[in-house]
Write a protein that binds this ligand. Structure first.
Ligand code: N01
Length: 546
């Protein structure tokens, strides 16, 4: 028996919002449990962030053999990746393949933006309203809305007067943009800008990069994935996955502190890691994210690389990050980023020295110089982690609005639920490691935990779960304490909401290692969902296990 009312097809056990990596996997697992589940997706296709982010040069900075689902051994064996780091089109092809292979589309409603989700206490159900006015209801609601979903446009005087085209990297036109012969300006040098700038420089007649904060970027050394490398990896895939989940060895952690080794050993290790490329560079030593002096040594190593690469010493100096520790903003991974500034058609405008005054119809005025432009690309990031949740009117017990509850910063228990909002689960949300780890591994963990929880409720004949206030308060303190042991709070990053005017400055992520977090989540479940309130009302309960 299911709780779905057969006379009302719009009542489900679970409503999932978002059809990216998280939403698709949640649908697959919950359907497999015999639950009625329906996904609502604002876009016309699966893929989430990988559907929208199509700017030139867009690719993943986690290696493709690791940035993929682990739940199906057949899937991981049959899918063939072509490059060490997959491009956006290749990742989207993969996600589409997953949707077909597991027949997921029939339970996804596309082009449907959920505007409102209200908890009906009497019926213990979530009542949702879409932009088109459609109403649906679910016993449980799973927010698979992503951490980097809502693009952030720069608030620059006069930008609305610009007569050329303005694009945001996260909403790049699907038909592509021909930049040949164009004078292009890029605002922003985060991961998106650093990937887009080398690609745009090759197409545009002129490229002007407007940089507010210089960022640390590590070479990807990307290239074709040799078949024998892929085959060897696939032979051991189960073990690689286990280690990624339980030990986190997809990152090459070090057991040495930079402060405890000599200068020669430090430089040797930094050079070795630089030559391997990618995000593992941050893990060269185990104290780099907690000891500022140690961090200074790796930051200086990168600055020396920049100075050795960029021919114009003034440009090189502007590109050298000096105002935040390496890794305290998301580390960038690039292909030929610093080399791009040696091209004749590329100019860097250092906004720290010459701030943007305004945008006019014909271009951008920075300092005393007017830069004539045909196209302006905003690589200005996202209202991250909480943005997508803030854009849905979510109301829990007593009509409390989630955005109000989180006005001073997000509060959750285990990063999975928030008190006052029973039966509302958040995947890779605030208070969990989220974007600090390989997102697909984090997503699979959260979906697994939620499914185990639903199974527990079903077996116990229960219908509702809610985070307790005291447990949530303790968790928030624990998350803050973990962040305060690190150098993360020293940067004005999107991790802290610092890129969105008016957003509270709170480190939104849980900075512990993924396996530590997994153990904490498991311990809570093992103790009968300690810290949560489980209730049996109202009847009937969930569908029986198949
Ligand atoms: O956004 P960002 P992003 N005037 O916020 C600048 C993931 N990602 O889209 O630092 C001038 O990092 C801003 O300057 P500042 C990844 O997790 C992954 O690049 O605030 N400049 C900054 O330089 C990443 O971290 C991949 O001073 C303005 C830039 O815009 C996350 O997405 C690829 C400005 C924004 O950088 C976000 O990256 C791409 C203004 N008014 C992205 N406003 C992968 O490879 C903002 N800026 C998986």
């Amino acid at each position: 028996m299911t709780i779905q009312d057969p006379t009302d097809p719009r009542q489900y056990d679970v409503i999932i919002i978002g059809a990216g990596f998280a939403g698709l996997y949640a649908l697959h697992r919950m359907r497999g449990m015999g639950l009625s589940a329906r996904v609502y997706e604002a876009g016309p296709e699966v893929g989430g962030v990988w559907f929208w982010n199509r700017y030139p040069g867009a690719r993943c900075d986690v290696e493709s053999l690791q940035y993929s689902y682990s739940f199906s051994p057949e899937l991981e064996q049959e899918w063939v990746w072509t490059e060490k780091y997959a491009t956006q089109p290749e990742i989207l092809r993969y996600i589409r393949h997953v949707a077909e292979r597991f027949d997921l589309r029939r339970d996804i409603q596309f082009n449907t933006r959920v505007e409102e989700a209200v908890y009906d206490e009497a019926g213990a159900r979530w009542e949702l309203r879409t932009e088109a006015g459609e109403r649906v209801s679910g016993r449980f609601c799973v927010m698979a809305t992503g951490a980097l979903t809502v693009p952030q446009l720069p608030d620059i005087p006069g930008i609305e007067r610009f007569a050329g085209k303005i694009y945001h990297t996260a909403t790049w036109p699907h038909e592509g943009v021909d930049l040949s012969g164009r004078r292009v300006g890029v605002i922003g040098t985060g991961s998106s800008g650093i990937q887009a700038i080398p690609a745009i420089a090759k197409q545009a007649e002129q490229l002007v990069v407007f940089q507010r904060t210089a960022n640390f970027s590590i070479p990807a050394w990307n290239g074709p994935l040799q078949p024998e490398v892929q085959q060897t990896w696939k032979k051991d895939y189960r073990e690689h996955r286990r280690r990624a989940r339980e030990v986190g060895t997809l990152y090459e952690f070090s057991d040495k502190a930079a402060s405890q080794v000599g200068e020669e050993e430090r430089q040797r290790e930094y050079e070795r890691r630089w030559q391997k490329g990618g995000v593992n560079f941050v893990h060269s030593f185990n104290d780099l994210m907690v000891d500022k002096q140690s961090n200074d040594t790796i930051a200086e190593f990168v600055r020396a690389k920049i100075r050795a690469t960029v021919k114009d010493p003034q440009v090189a100096e502007s590109l050298c990050p000096k105002d935040h520790p390496l890794g305290s903003k998301r580390i960038c991974v690039d292909t030929g980023y610093y080399e791009t500034y040696n091209r004749d058609n590329v100019k860097l405008v250092d906004l720290k020295k010459t701030p943007i005054r305004e945008v006019s119809a014909s271009g951008v005025h920075a300092g005393d110089v007017h830069h004539e432009l045909d196209v302006l690309v905003c690589a200005t990031g996202f209202d991250a982690v909480t943005g997508a949740l803030r854009h849905i009117d979510i109301r829990g017990r007593n009509g409390q609005q989630l955005s109000r509850k989180w006005a001073e910063g997000p509060r959750s228990y285990l990063g999975l639920m928030t008190s006052g909002f029973p039966n509302l689960f958040i995947i890779t949300g605030p208070g969990s490691p989220s974007v600090l780890v390989n997102m697909v591994v984090g997503i699979e963990h959260h979906v697994g935990w939620i499914c185990d929880c639903l199974d527990h409720l079903r077996r116990q004949g229960l219908a509702s779960i809610e985070a307790g206030q005291a447990a949530e308060d303790r968790w928030v303190e624990h998350v803050n304490a973990a962040a305060n042991k690190t150098l993360f709070p020293l940067a004005n990053s999107w991790f802290l909401g610092a890129n969105v005017p008016g957003k509270p400055r709170v480190f939104m992520l849980y900075a512990a290692k993924l396996w530590v977090y997994r153990q904490e989540c498991q311990a809570v479940a093992d103790k009968g969902y300690e810290g949560f309130t489980l209730a049996a009302v109202p009847r009937p309960a969930l569908a029986e296990a198949p």
